[in-house]
Design a protein around this ligand. Structure first.
Ligand code: 6PG
Length: 508
């Protein structure tokens, strides 16, 4: 019996994607894993999928109808290289190897180059949505050649998430060809960078609600649930509301109070920050989100910091008490008074300030991410349709959010929109929320509540708003100690001042 497509790697992501493919009419799926028993176990656990289990790469190649398609769902890095080598050895010209892992886009470019001359097409596909997305419909960012995309399109479209869009009769499948070679993985990398920033911004908003406004985790969960009914609606807000409402079974404490305060990272956020640095694109909010995770892991440093006096917010965790009718704290915190609970009549207003601050931060994180993709497209020669990319992030992926409708609309309004901030509506929106961002960040800073992502979003905004920022002094310093030259505001040209001489200016 022949299979139409192979999935290589039967971990949770691989097996779920394989099950998703197998659900499609007339799609027979072969699975292969270096650990053959694992592949057999997956097939046995899901008889409805009718998986064919290959025991060797050669066996897999024989099972597949030609030209073949194999989707690698293995760990990024050496495991991916090894799997490509195994499959390329048994595939033939015209066959396609898809890498569906979180590979670094430059690795994808190199791997494609290495397969050039074999006639085997290599396609890097960024797949977002986690385990559930892989099973029920992920968002997929496809790289590789246009010809390969045309062949993969009928296979990937039915398994993609579908975004319901107001005004459109048919839902939009969340899969698109982003550009050639590594473009799909580049887009996925930036997706993850935005994911890091959004998660950090939400976490900081929660910290302010707790340590400045005195809300309990349960109360914050209720606030987020309300926010999720409006313009902040997103998967990440929804998830955060869920974890905040959860109680630890062993202690009876809020779950978020028993989780160690140290965040892990697999690297994609750091790649986004590094590539931003390499391309000279300012992505400070994404970078701060990465650094916030690094700082969370810096136990020795944090132990030193614990001795440094100063405010740390109203940090006493509220293990009891809930939101009162006005949304304020109840129980211990309200009775304590000394913790400066926010007067209930002002609480709603303060919560709204945090909401607007978060919304502004979120838009600015997207601005940075899309700017990085535009810069990447230019540097690597990809013709990326940023509006289409935004449109396939509206369902299936981790950063799916209502704001993406606004971003898609911005790209629709103006073809060739340079930056998202070139859109009048989004720029006005950020301008309006600016006061809230400033006030939330100001209050947090005054109380020693760390808000690196929110403050970097504000600094970024102020940086682009400032008629004159700090660069003139930097450039003058550079000219002073290194003759690095400078431009003048009053006339064109390149200039240098003879700092160690008579300080006259020369034009170069
Ligand atoms: C996705 C996620 C997924 C994964 C990240 C987590 O889009 O489905 O981004 O790729 O959750 O790799 O990354 P960290 O482990 O670095 O947080």
């Amino acid at each position: 019996m022949n299979a139409d497509v192979a999935v290589i790697g039967t971990g949770v992501m691989g097996s779920n994607l394989a099950r998703n493919l197998a659900r499609q009419p007339e799609t027979r799926v072969a699975i292969y894993d270096l650990d053959v028993d694992r592949a057999r176990a997956v097939a046995a656990a899901h008889p409805e999928a009718g998986f064919l289990v290959a025991e060797t790469p050669a066996g897999l190649a024989q099972m597949l109808t030609t030209p073949r398609v194999a989707i690698l769902m293995v760990n990024a890095g050496p495991a991916t290289d090894a799997a490509i080598a195994d499959i390329a050895a048994v595939f033939e010209p015209g066959d396609i190897i898809v890498d569906g892992g979180n590979s670094l886009f430059t690795d994808t470019i190199v791997r494609g180059e290495q397969l050039e001359g074999t006639g085997i097409e290599f396609v890097g596909v960024g797949i977002s949505g986690g385990e559930v997305g892989a099973l029920l419909g992920p968002s997929m960012m496809v790289g590789g050649s246009e010809a390969a995309w045309q062949r993969l399109r009928p296979l990937l479209t039915p398994i993609a998430a579908r975004a319901e869009v107001a005004g459109l009769e048919a839902p939009v499948p969340c899969v698109a060809h982003i550009g050639t070679d590594g473009a799909g993985h580049f887009a996925k990398m930036v997706h993850n960078g935005i994911e890091y920033a959004d998660m950090q911004l939400i976490a900081e908003a929660c910290r302010i609600l707790r340590d400045d406004l005195g809300l309990s985790p349960a109360a914050i969960s209720a606030v987020l649930t309300e926010w999720n009914a409006g313009e902040l609606e997103s998967y990440l807000i929804e998830v955060t509301a869920e974890v905040l409402a959860h109680t630890d079974a062993a202690t009876g404490l809020p779950f978020v109070d028993i989780v160690a305060d140290a965040a892990g990272a697999k690297g994609t956020g750091a790649w986004t920050a590094k590539v931003g640095l390499d391309l000279g694109v300012p992505v400070p909010t994404i970078a701060e989100a990465v650094f916030a995770r690094s700082l969370s892991q810096a136990g020795a440093l944090r132990a030193l910091g614990a001795d440094i006096p100063g405010p740390v917010g109203n940090a006493e965790p509220l293990s009891t008490g809930d939101r009162n009718a006005a949304g304020g704290p109840t129980g211990e915190r309200a009775a304590a008074g000394g913790d400066d609970p926010v007067a209930p009549d002002r609480l709603g207003e303060r919560i709204e300030t945090v909401r607007q601050a978060l919304f502004a931060g979120k838009i600015l994180a997207y601005v940075q991410g899309f700017d990085e993709i535009a810069a990447g497209a230019q540097a690597y020669g990809w013709d990326v349709d940023l509006g289409e990319l935004a449109s396939i992030w509206r369902a299936g992926c981790i950063i799916r959010a209502r704001v993406l409708d606004r971003i898609v609309a911005a790209y629709d309004r103006q073809e060739g929109l340079g930056s998202l901030l070139a859109d009048d509506e989004l720029r006005a929106e950020v301008g309006q929320a600016q006061g809230a961002l400033r006030s939330a960040v100001g209050a947090a800073i005054g109380q020693g509540i760390p808000v690196p992502a929110l403050s970097s979003a504000l600094a970024y905004l102020d940086g682009i708003r400032a008629p004159r920022a700090t660069a003139a002094i930097i450039q003058a310093q550079r000219d002073f100690f290194g003759s690095h030259t400078y431009g003048r505001v009053d006339r064109p040209g390149i200039f240098h001042t003879l700092w160690s001489g008579d300080r006259s200016e020369v034009e170069l």
